[in-house]
Write a protein that binds this ligand. Sequence first.
Ligand code: 8YV
Length: 311
Amino acid sequence: MKPEILLVEPMMKRFEEELDAAYTVHRLHDPAQKQSIEAALPNIRGVVTGGGTGLANEWIEKLPGLGVISVNGVGTDKIDLKFARSRNIDVAITAGVLTDDVADIGIALMLALYRNIAKGDAYVRDGLWGKEPFPLGTSPKGKRVGILGLGQIGRAFGRRAAAFGMSVRYWNRSPVTDTDWKSCASPVELAEDSDVLCVIVAANAQTQNIVNAEILRALGPKGVLINIARGTVVDEDALLAALKDGTIGGAGLDVFVGEPNIREDFFTAPNTVLVPHQGSATIETRVAMGELVLSNLAAHFAGEKPPTTVN
Ligand code: 8YV
């Protein structure tokens, strides 16, 4: 008998096929399976979910046989790790493999804003080339980039920014000793000292709305905010107001509160580039992530600890 698992969101076809070969897969994202899933709840022993999606405690409570949650991502903000541990559930993530791609999206958003990429695309398609002037962009060279949260992705972003001739500073909750980049004493100090503020802190109760109105004022009218962390680390009311009234110069956002149903005010916010939580969404990285998701699951069902368990 194949073990039964719950797949919360779709994966690449090849991994779904591999899952189907090894497990009986119940697809939570398929409305047609609603009833059969209800009936299967007592038998489900593993869950595969996304970092941005997680698994609510009410679902954990519905699954008495659950032993592993294999996350197709690194964020665990949507999973109560302690609660999972209290029920002897291992939570494993795809550590290490998405770092570069997420850092790349941060750089892409910064360049899209500084070099008017989205505006340029619309200008060409709308037939305005040769008819209306196109605004000059901003060069990243010589600008100050501030990294809020100097984990693996923050460091990868900083290395890339340095290669563009930017000077790097950061704020991190715990002291960092192995970098020459300038350390700032607080998020506000970091924002004051940055032309581009890239947010890549882990989302948790302490970092919720860490980017608030005060930080945005400190970033200033020429400052640009990049969020490649989670929507919840930015106060979206404050951000939308700051974009609208010119308190900051622009924002490049990969993540949002309530995604994919984001606030429509973002659609008309000036100097804003929006992408659909695609930091890790390359073929190469999704393959590496999928392999880790499957090997973590396989380890659990072989009676071993999944190698990248985090709780
Ligand atoms: C998602 C992410 O997991 O790693 C994370 O925490 O947010 C992303 O990589 C991915 O989009 C699948 O949901």
